[in-house]
Design a protein around this ligand. Structure first.
Ligand code: BGC
Length: 745
């Protein structure tokens, strides 16, 4: 008994210590705020890009420009790189100069530096890059997602950076969108559970620790729902849809402790989100209870005037956005925001109370990050950079992302003693395995990648020996040799099978806009030439979004979706192709057949129906590959689906269990997914919704029982009054090929 009292006492005092600390921080913040002038306050709300204070030489600071920014304009935050990633030491030098300059200000308020560490620490040379979010979603492994996030946090912090502009919580329901690879795919449940796990992983050690960074929820709200699929273009989003598919990820991330949020650059129903008090204050602050820093996205306050024409002057745009709830402006290339906000306050267009609220949040974040105690890059954090174990983790993550979409007549795994022709632009490309935010923003410049990064061609040679590998390819995605169909036809004569590496080279944001999801014509021609040889073909896709392969798929024997899976993508691909790793990734989106058939798995019933002369044809959900597809080299069977009750009532729980057996010959991992369907509801219910998943290991011949606990909240939906409700009635629960029904009252 005594022992329990002791545990409780320690627990209670830990909580009250934490509360005292927050209180103390609050007092310190209030004391600083009381001394600040309007200019100093507005300076804190101003964020500029490194280019403003940098020089032509990457990593070098222009001392005059730095003085102008920090002393004259009192800038509180800087972001970005000038061109490409820097070494840890270059970062330390640069950030030390910035911290030194901040010491010359009247109140010595430290500068907060922010970077985009999107799939690992993007902007430090030799950092470890992991799969993009889309690949992490395929792993369905929350612990793995947390583990890679902690490495990203350590490598950022080791570089002296304490604020990361990640993670992207935008729901990937528009596959054309060029930021699709940054999303966790089309499903809300994966997005909210993995997103929240990642936010927690960034911050849970405590922001003053060298293993944590402040995270950022991006991009509030609905950014991914662009109508035409182009980046930063108008969104039309009814609130019922917004609340059902786009808001839950942010709600969970706030609960997980996110310190900051970045705003959606675009307009929703005509309203710039940056200027929407409804979204930024009523929903984000009041409803979700978010208390951290809201930062604008790149130039987006200016664009409320310049692009969206909702404000008729740049100053009006500044006032609108700050009044709506933006705390910090990523201006980022000049000081106009600083000048205009001062004017707006003087003209009483923005209240001092609103300025104080924003500045308090910014100072509080700096306080929690320990910047007031030590504004310099932490020497002892450097030890956390580039540990050997990160490479192992990168391989684990890439392995678990690999998603086997097709394996006709068990063409895979391939024998190691045959001859292979490796073709296609992905074969000797590093950038097409990593994608956006890889040592540069676009990720295309291979000279900045670690020298030990491998290509698919290399790792295949390592598996089967140089003499067993033929190729017609050259380095770099765009090289003309990579598309030489005649060379392919000739070389194929001497090969037993063709490994066709197609997909997308790296791109980020608007430069990744495309007019069509069709694969580039030169890749299609290459695929057709490969098909014409009559040899077995294995297609390896390294791509950030689903490019149509419908016309070639029937003649392809095996298809491996590798996404952009970071440093160890090539190793993971070869391991899967040659049977050294049993694939277990599951597709986090519906791979569409064609532009007229982009239907998501959680569609409405009517989306499955084609009405032909009064006859309803139930076509069903018919993508090329369904959400959740992911083959294994072993077989998993499901049996014994059991529900603890057929009548779920009130707030009670329903236990669902199922037996999963590995009936094949190889050990493997399997993600057991539980879906539900509300059979009839006051609005047309979704056909299927993922409600829970668990990833398990099963040895060949082994069986395990997997249990899930559901309650009414897991079955809820947003109704026409915009309330999240669970209505009484019949529900179906589905796991694997099994299903059962129950009633909720
Ligand atoms: C992107 C953000 C990013 C910011 C800073 C913007 O263009 O939309 O996601 O955090 O740039 O690099």
């Amino acid at each position: 008994m005594k022992k329990y009292f002791l545990i409780i006492a320690v627990f209670v005092s830990a909580i009250s210590l934490k509360a005292q600390k927050v209180d103390l921080n609050q007092k310190k913040v209030d004391a600083i705020l009381a001394k600040m002038t309007l200019e100093e306050k507005v300076g804190q709300m101003t964020q500029i890009t490194l280019g403003v204070v940098g020089t032509q030489t990457d990593g070098e600071i222009n001392p005059e420009a730095l003085k102008d920014a920090i002393i004259k304009h009192k800038v509180g935050s800087i972001l970005n790189v000038t061109n490409h990633a820097l070494t840890v030491d270059q970062w330390h030098n640069l950030l030390t100069k910035i911290a030194d300059e901040a010491k010359n200000t009247r109140l010595k308020i430290p500068v907060l530096y922010g970077l985009d560490g999107i799939h690992g620490q993007t902007y430090t040379l030799e950092s470890t890059l992991f799969p993009q979010n889309i690949g992490m979603a395929a792993t369905r492994n929350l612990e793995l997602a947390k583990a890679v996030t902690k490495v990203a946090a350590k490598e950022l912090r080791a570089s002296g950076v304490r604020w990361n502009f990640a993670t992207v919580l935008d729901c990937g329901r528009q596959p054309l969108w060029s930021r699709f690879p940054e999303t966790y795919g089309e499903d809300v449940f994966i997005g909210k559970t993995m997103g929240a796990a990642v936010i927690k992983a960034y911050e849970e050690d405590g922001l003053n620790k060298t293993t944590a960074v402040a995270s950022c929820m991006k991009h509030f709200l609905g950014y991914s729902a662009s109508r035409n699929g182009k980046d930063r273009t108008p969104i039309y989003l009814p609130e019922i849809e917004m609340r059902e598919y786009y808001l839950p990820q942010f709600r969970e991330a706030v609960k997980a402790g996110a310190s900051s949020v970045m705003i959606n650059s675009s307009i929703i129903n005509g309203m710039p989100v940056h200027a929407s008090k409804y979204l930024l204050t009523d929903i984000l602050r009041k409803e979700l209870g978010f208390n951290g820093v809201a930062v604008s996205d790149w130039e987006d306050i200016k664009r409320v005037y310049a692009w969206h024409h909702v404000a008729s002057t740049p100053r009006e745009a500044v006032a609108m956005c700050v009044n709506a709830g933006v705390d910090m402006s990523m201006v980022p290339s000049d000081f106009t925001f600083y000048d205009l906000l001062i004017e707006a306050v003087q003209k009483k267009e923005v209240s001092m109370a609103r300025i104080d609220e924003a500045v308090k949040r910014i100072l509080m974040l700096k306080m929690k990050l320990g910047l007031f105690d030590n504004p310099y890059p932490e020497e002892n954090a450097k030890a956390n950079f580039g540990k050997a174990e990160y490479q192992t983790l990168a391989l684990d993550a890439a392995h678990e992302a690999m998603t086997l979409l097709k394996n006709q007549d068990n063409v895979l795994p391939l024998s190691k003693s045959k001859k292979y022709l490796v073709v296609g632009p992905g074969a000797q490309s590093i950038s097409a395995l990593n994608g956006c935010w890889s040592y540069t923003w676009q990720g295309k410049e291979e000279q900045w990648y670690p020298k030990d990064s491998k290509t698919i061609l290399q790792t295949i040679k390592e598996k089967v020996g140089e003499k067993n590998v033929l190729t017609t390819t050259a380095k770099g995605f765009e090289s003309p040799e990579n598309f030489d169909a005649d060379a392919l036809t000739k070389s194929a004569k001497n090969a037993d099978a063709i490994i066709l590496c197609l997909g997308e080279n790296a791109y980020a944001e608007s430069p990744g806009n495309i007019a069509d999801l069709a694969l580039d014509e030169n890749q299609q021609l290459l695929a057709k030439a490969a098909i014409a040889t009559g040899k077995p073909i294995i297609l390896v896709l390294t791509e950030g979004r689903p490019r149509f392969i419908t016309n070639i798929e029937p003649k392809i024997n095996g298809i491996l979706m590798a996404y952009w899976s970071g440093k160890k993508t090539a190793e993971a691909i070869a391991d899967v192709l040659f049977g050294d790793y049993n694939p277990n990734g599951k597709l986090p989106f519906s791979y569409p057949r064609s532009s007229g058939e982009i239907v998501l798995y959680d569609r409405k019933p009517a989306e499955d129906i084609r009405e032909v002369f009064n006859d309803d044809v139930h076509t069903g959900y018919n993508p090329l590959f369904a959400f959740g597809t992911g083959l294994s080299y072993t077989n998993f069977t499901y049996s014994n689906l059991k529900l603890s009750t057929k009548n779920l009532t009130g707030d009670n729980n329903l236990q669902v269990s199922v037996m999963v057996s590995n009936t094949g010959k190889m050990d493997g991992k399997q993600t057991v997914e539980l879906y539900s369907r509300d059979l009839y509801a006051s609005i047309s219910p979704d056909m299927k919704r993922l409600r829970a998943f668990q990833k398990i290991d099963l040895k060949a011949g082994e069986s395990k029982t997997v249990s899930f606990t559901l309650n009414k909240n897991d079955l809820a939906f947003v109704n026409t009054s915009l309330k999240t409700v669970t209505e009484a009635g019949a529900f179906k629960v589905m796991i694997g090929d099994l299903s059962d029904e129950f009633q909720y009252k």
